[in-house]
Design a binder for this molecule. Structure first.
Ligand code: MG
Length: 381
């Protein structure tokens, strides 16, 4: 298990739970970074005494300087600050739980500096999977998934022959709009989209869960993490979020990982791997649930899912375009500039309009991402 960790995205849902896990198990927190929440970040720093403190939104640096005066932390800002934390010498493991493609460069930087990654930032692998996985392999460094589904798959792979894996079953809660048709979803409000049945998460991922874009991103994430072909990934809607995903071996044995829907379990497995110690969560009572259900996804209604599967098959910059368009479209939806259904339309339109090119370096990712965001911006202007 890791001795110390730096947490990017420390004031978010994953970040705050990661701090709880770190405190329970005596893991030193060496650095913290938040996007905009200066007061929450400084409050965390008072309790944890990290060496480095970073605010990603550079316009809030002066505010951070005032609030963190006398704390004895070195203060940083922006992408440079995130990357400095990523390669900080007294950190064992980088826990990356920022939201969006912005997490990719810090991940690559940490790998370059020889640090294992505990990864909750799925866009890192969606946009830069090829780059991240080849660098991790080159450096011989592990990536411990924190996404609950990918943690489940990672756990199910332990102690078995990876070469005998046939496929994986990626479970999806189905989100708040399971069973609805496109007609039903025409007038969905931001408030309705933010009301997830099982998981309490940040706004971006909650909207992604409502459109099933989240599952599409996870499809691409799984493809890279576990080196799978797209046809080795089956998506199954499982409303209760108890079976967090499963793997199928050549002998048709299906091995799944279950637990209550609580991110502290995958966070702890990533930080304590391979140890399994008591976790600050509720035990799973299968008899309280009584029934677990499984269904096929509705690909017609939730077209973000088809966009991601298509992007994964196309490869190159296609997943970057899908992700970038989605990030911009979700931001516009949350700002009440576009309708809920327009998110999926924009993702498909961006993919149709922007030519796909091979992905060889970080610059290729940035170029495709910018093109997708510009496409969405122009389309809704
Ligand atoms: Mg997930």
């Amino acid at each position: 298990m890791t001795n110390s960790t730096a947490i990017l995205g420390s004031t978010g849902s994953i970040g705050t739970q990661a701090i709880e896990v770190a405190q329970k198990h005596g893991i030193r927190v060496t650095a913290l970074a938040a996007n905009t929440s200066v007061s929450k970040l400084v409050q965390q720093a008072r309790e944890l005494h990290p060496e480095l403190l970073c605010i990603a939104d550079e316009s809030r640096y002066a505010e951070l300087k005032d609030a963190a005066a006398g704390l004895g932390c070195r203060l940083l800002a922006g992408m440079d600050g995130l990357c400095e934390i990523a390669q900080h010498s007294s950190t064992d493991t980088l826990l990356n739980s920022v939201v969006g493609m912005v997490g990719l460069l810090p991940t690559l930087t940490a790998l370059d500096a020889g640090k294992p990654i505990a990864l909750a930032n799925k866009e890192t692998l969606v946009a830069g999977g090829e780059l991240v996985m080849s660098k991790a392999a080159e450096k011989g460094l592990p990536i411990y998934p924190i996404d609950s589904e990918h943690s489940a798959i990672f756990q199910c792979l332990q102690g078995n022959n990876r070469k005998q894996l046939k496929k994986i079953i990626l479970t999806a809660s189905g989100g708040p709009f399971f069973g609805k048709t496109k007609d039903d979803l025409r007038d969905i409000t931001v408030e309705q989209a933010l009301n997830h049945p099982n998981w309490s998460m940040g706004a971006k991922i909650t909207v992604d869960s409502a459109t099933l874009m989240n599952k599409g991103l996870e499809f691409i994430e799984a493809r890279w993490l576990f080196d799978l072909a797209p046809d080795q990934i089956e998506i199954v809607v499982h409303r209760q979020s108890v079976l967090h995903s499963a793997v199928v071996y050549q002998d048709e044995s299906v091995i799944g990982q279950m637990g209550v829907p609580d991110m502290k379990i995958p966070i702890q497995y990533a930080l304590l791997y391979p140890e399994r110690l008591p976790c600050p969560t509720k035990p799973l009572s299968l008899t309280d649930y009584g029934t677990l259900t499984f269904a096929k996804p509705d690909y017609d209604t939730f077209d973000c899912l088809t966009a991601c599967i298509e992007a994964s098959k196309t490869g190159g910059t296609a997943p970057v375009i899908a992700n970038g368009a989605n990030e911009a479209a979700v931001a516009a939806f949350l700002a009440r500039k576009i309708s809920f259904l327009r998110i999926g339309e924009l993702v498909h339109q961006a993919m149709a309009a922007i030519p796909v090119s091979p992905l060889n370096c970080y610059k290729d990712v940035v170029a495709a991402d910018s093109a997708a965001r510009a496409f969405v911006r122009d389309s809704i202007a």
